[in-house]
Design a protein around this ligand. Structure first.
Ligand code: SOE
Length: 369
């Protein structure tokens, strides 16, 4: 499976995992004209249940069996974070294309190893940084790249949720053995870093972070992972960046937002209202709506329905999987998030963890893959 052109319509997906993300991936596989050939979940009964719910062809008894099966072309890893390395490595070594959920791995060393193995295997290996696939995100990126906003003066981003606000709320992500040593930042800060760096076409080089664990215990167990993180950072061009991530922000469900200010104009985006992009100007600020007649090539490409017919999260996910499958077919779609990008987010997450452990000391982000 290398760079031969594959018939995209014939791709068969094997999904590892049976949770919320497995459902999102399964819908996207079908939208990309793939077939859902196989699934495994954590036990025989949950696998049977997931196969029925997702409509997968075959329930497999183990991930190893699924990954080795000749009937599977691309493996979607939708399991808890700490299992990603082993499962993605097994899939790569079996010569499969891989879509691995974020965070790609729970340490930068593991994420860099996966990126290296993916390069060596010469397969398509992607990470669902799907917020890149909102048409208005591509529009913000295009307008920055064209110089319309001028030189970048500042970057602000935040990603806030409230599903862990109550002390009673618990989830595998809270447990470092399953989720990794960072929780809020690895889980949603990874999306935020990827999105801001993608849109602004820049990289964060050093940062200072403070984190807080609001509830010392959940479900009777001590909590070691952070509920929120505040990060001050600097890019390679010496631009000041502020990032804020919280899973205990009352009323916020999935508010991933950024604002980038340039010498001429600014752009702001909020993924809970993804059909508009705010264009800030000294005079004449406006909300640009998603209408292909006024958008660039990439925003137009990703607009699968006309203006006034709202698009959202699943559409973004579908576009990501469609581009992954197109890449398997030999295309080179713009802005496809790969294992290199997954490793990049892991490096920034690691810098956040190191800085927070040193009470907010400035640290360098580790070397790019
Ligand atoms: C839970 O915090 C979660 O499902 C994340 O894991 C996803 O990456 C995010 O898109 C929505 O929230």
């Amino acid at each position: 499976m290398s760079h031969m052109t594959t018939d995209v319509a014939s791709l068969a997906a094997g999904v590892l995992g049976g949770g919320f993300m497995a459902e999102v991936h399964s819908r996207a596989v079908r939208a990309a004209r793939g077939t859902l050939a196989a699934v495994t979940s954590s036990s025989a009964s949950s696998t049977r249940e997931a196969a029925a719910r997702l409509g997968a062809g075959r329930p497999f008894t183990s991930p190893d069996e699924l990954v080795a099966d000749d009937g599977v072309d691309v493996v979607h890893v939708c399991t808890p974070n700490a299992t990603h390395r082993e499962l993605a490595l097994a899939a790569l070594r079996a010569g499969k294309h891989v879509v691995c959920e974020k965070p790609l791995a729970t340490t930068p060393a593991d994420a860099l190893e996966l990126a290296q193995e993916a390069r060596a295997a010469d397969v398509v290996a992607t990470v669902p940084f799907v917020y890149r696939y909102h048409p208005m995100v591509r529009e913000a990126r295009a307008r920055l790249a064209s110089g319309e906003l001028g030189a970048i003066l500042s970057l602000q981003g935040s990603y806030t949720q409230d599903w862990l606000l109550d002390a009673a709320a618990d989830n595998w992500r809270v447990d470092p053995a399953l989720g990794g040593s960072s929780r809020a930042f690895a889980d949603i800060g990874s999306h935020l870093v990827d999105l801001v760096e993608f849109v602004a076409a820049t990289r964060i080089t050093r940062l200072a972070a403070l984190t807080r664990t609001v509830h010392p215990e959940r479900a009777g167990e001590p909590v070691a992972t952070e509920d929120l993180a505040g990060v001050l950072a600097v890019t390679e061009d010496d631009v000041v960046v502020s990032l804020f991530v919280s899973q205990v922000a009352a009323g916020r469900k999935n508010r991933l937002a950024f604002e980038i200010s340039g010498t001429r104009a600014a752009v702001a985006f909020d993924q809970e209202s993804p059909e508009v992009l705010w264009l800030g100007r000294r005079t004449g600020s406006l909300e640009l709506v998603r209408d292909p007649v006024q958008l660039g090539a990439e925003a137009t490409r990703l607009s699968v329905v006309p203006a006034g017919h709202p698009m959202g999260y699943q559409d973004a996910f579908n576009a990501f999987v469609a581009d992954t499958y197109a890449a398997i077919g030999g295309a080179r779609p713009e802005g496809l998030p790969t294992f290199e990008d997954g490793a990049r987010a892991a490096l920034v997450t690691d810098a956040v963890v190191r800085s927070a452990a040193a009470d907010g000391a400035w640290v360098e982000v580790g070397g790019a893959p």
